[in-house]
Design a protein around this ligand. Structure first.
Ligand code: ZN
Length: 768
């Protein structure tokens, strides 16, 4: 007997042991499928699913009937009179809406579950776990063939680990893919006849849709945020402590719910910007609670109390997002309030257990302590570059497990949701769907399984090495969900290796046109990286004397990219329409590569001096020297580059032209010398300002320390060109506690009076 537990307490049924059933023998059906009287549409669909797949597996024809004789071998699909009579100790009425049972007893097998979706899930789990069927993508299914099917000792009850499972990637919206992979996403195309899904009314950012400023601001400015002493709606939220506003919101929520009788969740949530109210009543709550979530939860509790009795099946949802991310100190959300905590500031190259994600991990712990219906809005793509390598592949599994272990009940895994052909979209959709059902599955095995099943056995190995390569290249980089192509993991050396692995995968797939098409789709992100970083990569190539593995013409590569992204593909797939969330089309993306650029000029660098002297005038005892070689340069070659500089301590410095104000030189504590990763330090940057002429005016540069996890500055300075003087000078950026998610940054000021600025190093002095 096998009982699979998916994180939730299960009914473990004592049952007849050692039963076995033969469904087919030598290509002939030996069992009937029973869809009983009173079967719901979703249960009839389950019976058809079973018949279709069994027929495809065995080549036999299976009958679907409304009953079976006692002596007949039969699969009873769903609840009904036969299920009740033949399996009297299985009380399907007591099953949860997605709970399922697969059980063999005598010559009968039961595949059934609670309503509305349990029976469909019983069939999909049966086909998946017992017969090896996989639904990779809407156009790609694996159905292992065999002539005979004998099922022995099957007695499994399952329930999904999460009540809301949303692998929010474009391929996952396909209705049958979603049903078969057991997503109940509100965005999927599942109809009620297909078992339905979780339905929201007002999915997110509903403050202004609920209380439109165009209708109410003129009459009720006091309903909107007080900011700097002024009531306003632009860049603002609602004044949620205003009693009239609250009652107006109650009316609005009631009317929205009446208009959406199928909705089980309504979102009452902040607009997608900051601007919380700072009126005395709001401020008093938020100050006391140590978070703007104070007023937010107070509002949700008010609405939930007023409308809960009238709408007992509805949950009232809000966000813990950006300025409301921290849990309140004393207020507790009501049981019918859902908090959707958003991971938008996280480092997605590393799991949540990594020190760089400590502040968000703490927020989950804090919310879980006070909230019994915690959902997570998680971010699993790069929204600014859907088609660029985004190596979060090996963080997905650990993170889903982390969520489960911390009481999370719903997961929204936001990916590239606007068209096909985003980076590894089919892989992420499928792997996430399996993990959302059962987070204890081995995510590495799931990834390998997908690579073999979808790309073919031969191409899978180089593709697996490609994922590992990108992932290890991003190790130590704080990879947000809007990371720019200046990310250091997209360097020449890594992309050359990536290109070789992908070429190997394509060669391995030769002879299988489906596999070749799939591998070519997987190549789009690396070609994208070559395209958007072309001159910088050319520069690295010329400096290193290495190979150039893509076409010599950028335009030729862009044309090749466009052909794959928008050309023909399998039935069920449609061409890429979105290169990013803002709606950049593939055609407009490649238009910028119409002309081939000239190669950049490159200069060889001198060797670094091995023992740089300490800077004059700063304490040496216990200090740490973080040389510019530890820095991450953004858009290297354009915004910043290494240059020989005899004035610097080791002969080399990071130079930034004064043509921009990007934080192009960054020292991540995560990558700093070990000693610098803990403790509290006075942080000095040694910077040289290079003016075009004497007595320059304006700002020379800015610098500071930024906390990625908190999304907040830990101190910054702005230095006037007139005060900078000649040569390298130490500038104190602040006294700061070292934490993995923190970054020391320096930026020029786009000041035309300067040539540029030079960064020699950062010097840390222990703060006593
Ligand atoms: Zn207020």
């Amino acid at each position: 007997m096998k009982i699979t537990v998916l994180g939730v307490v299960l009914a473990m049924c004592a049952s007849a042991a050692n039963a076995a059933i033969t469904l087919a023998e030598r290509g002939r059906a030996t069992a009937v499928i029973v869809s009983q009287e009173g079967a719901a549409a979703a249960e009839q669909l389950a019976a058809r699913e079973l018949r279709e797949h069994l027929s495809e597996i065995t080549g036999a024809l299976f009958d679907v009937r409304s009953s079976a004789e006692a002596g007949e071998t039969a699969v009873i699909v769903g609840p009904g009179p036969m299920a009740a009579r033949l399996f009297p100790d299985v009380d399907l009425n007591s099953f949860g809406p997605e709970q399922l049972i697969m059980r063999v007893s005598g010559n009968k097998m039961l595949l059934a579950g609670g309503r509305p979706r349990g029976t469909l899930y019983a069939v999909s789990r049966f086909l998946q776990t017992q017969l090896g069927v996989r639904w990779w993508a809407p156009w790609a299914t694996t159905v292992p063939r065999r002539k005979s099917i004998r099922i022995a000792d099957l007695d499994v009850t399952e329930q999904p680990a999460f009540e809301s499972r949303d692998p929010f990637w474009f391929p996952a919206f396909d209705a049958m893919w979603a049903v078969r992979n057991r997503s109940n996403s509100q965005s999927s195309h599942i109809t009620p006849e297909m078992g339905g899904k979780i339905i929201y009314t007002g999915f997110v950012h509903t403050f202004f849709p609920l209380v439109p400023p165009s209708e109410h601001f003129a009459q009720h400015p006091e309903w909107y945020s007080l900011i700097n002493g002024k009531r306003q709606y632009e860049g603002a939220q609602l004044c949620t402590t205003n009693p009239e506003l609250r009652d107006f919101l109650v009316q609005q929520v009631r009317s929205w719910l009446k208009n959406a009788p199928d909705a089980r969740i309504i979102s009452i949530s902040q607009n997608d910007w900051a601007g919380p109210c700072t009126c005395p009543a709001c401020k008093e709550i938020d100050d006391r609670e140590g978070s703007h979530a104070g007023t937010m939860v107070t509002l949700l509790n008010y609405i939930a109390d007023k409308l809960g009795p009238e709408f007992p099946d509805v949950a009232f949802d809000t966000l813990a997002y950006q300025y409301t991310r921290k849990a309140p100190r004393t207020i507790r959300p009501r049981p019918n309030v859902i908090i959707r905590l958003c991971s938008i500031e996280c480092n997605f190259a590393a799991p949540l257990t990594d020190p760089s994600n400590a502040s968000f991990a703490q927020d989950i712990v804090d919310w879980n302590r006070i909230c019994n219906r915690l959902y997570i809005w998680d971010y699993t793509t790069n929204f600014a570059h859907y088609v660029m390598p985004h190596p979060n592949y090996f963080s997905l599994g650990p993170n889903v497990r982390f969520f489960k272990e911390h009481g999370v009940r719903g997961l929204f895994e936001q990916g590239a949701y606007q068209s096909y052909s985003s980076e590894m979209s089919e892989l992420r959709a499928w792997v996430l769907a399996q993990l959302l059902w059962d987070p204890n599955l081995d995510d590495r095995k799931l990834i390998d399984e997908f690579l073999i099943g979808y790309y073919g056995k031969k191409a899978a190995a180089p593709l697996g090495r490609y994922l590992a390569l990108m992932s290890s290249a991003a190790n130590g980089f704080y990879m947000g969900c809007f990371t720019s192509p200046s990310a250091p993991y997209l360097n020449y050396k890594t992309l050359v290796a990536a290109e070789a692995l992908l070429q190997k995968a394509e060669d391995a797939a030769a002879g299988d046109p489906d596999a070749v098409w799939r591998v070519r789709q997987a190549r789009l992100p690396v070609w994208y990286a070559w395209l958007v970083r072309w001159s910088l990569l050319r520069r690295e190539c010329l400096l290193s004397g290495g190979p150039w593995p893509v076409p010599a013409s950028r335009k030729a590569l862009a044309d090749q990219w466009l052909t794959v992204a928008t050309g023909s593909g399998p039935s069920g797939w449609s061409r890429m329409t979105h290169v990013n969330e803002s709606g950049l089309t593939p055609e407009r993306f490649v238009a910028r590569f119409a002309e081939d650029p000239a190669d950049p000029e490159v200069h060889k660098l001198p060797r670094r001096a091995s023992r740089p002297a300490p800077p004059a005038g700063l304490a040496r005892t216990g200090a740490v020297d973080i040389q510019d070689s530890y820095a991450q340069l953004a858009n290297e070659g354009e915004w910043a580059e290494y240059r020989g500089d005899p004035l610097s301590s080791d002969g080399l410095a990071a130079y930034m032209p004064s043509t921009h104000h990007e934080w192009a030189v960054q020292f991540h504590i995560l990558n700093a010398p070990k000693k610098a990763q803990t403790g509290t330090w006075k942080v000095y940057a040694l910077v040289r300002v290079d003016p075009k002429a004497a007595s320059p005016r304006g700002t020379a540069f800015t610098a500071g320390v930024w906390d990625n996890g908190m999304h907040a500055s830990q101190g910054s300075i702005e230095i006037a060109a007139a005060d900078a003087g000649k040569g390298y000078r130490p500038y104190l950026l602040g006294t700061v506690e070292s934490r993995a998610e923190r970054v020391i940054w320096i930026a020029p000021a786009a000041n035309p009076a300067l040539n540029g600025i030079w960064v020699d190093r950062v010097w840390l002095v222990p703060a006593d």
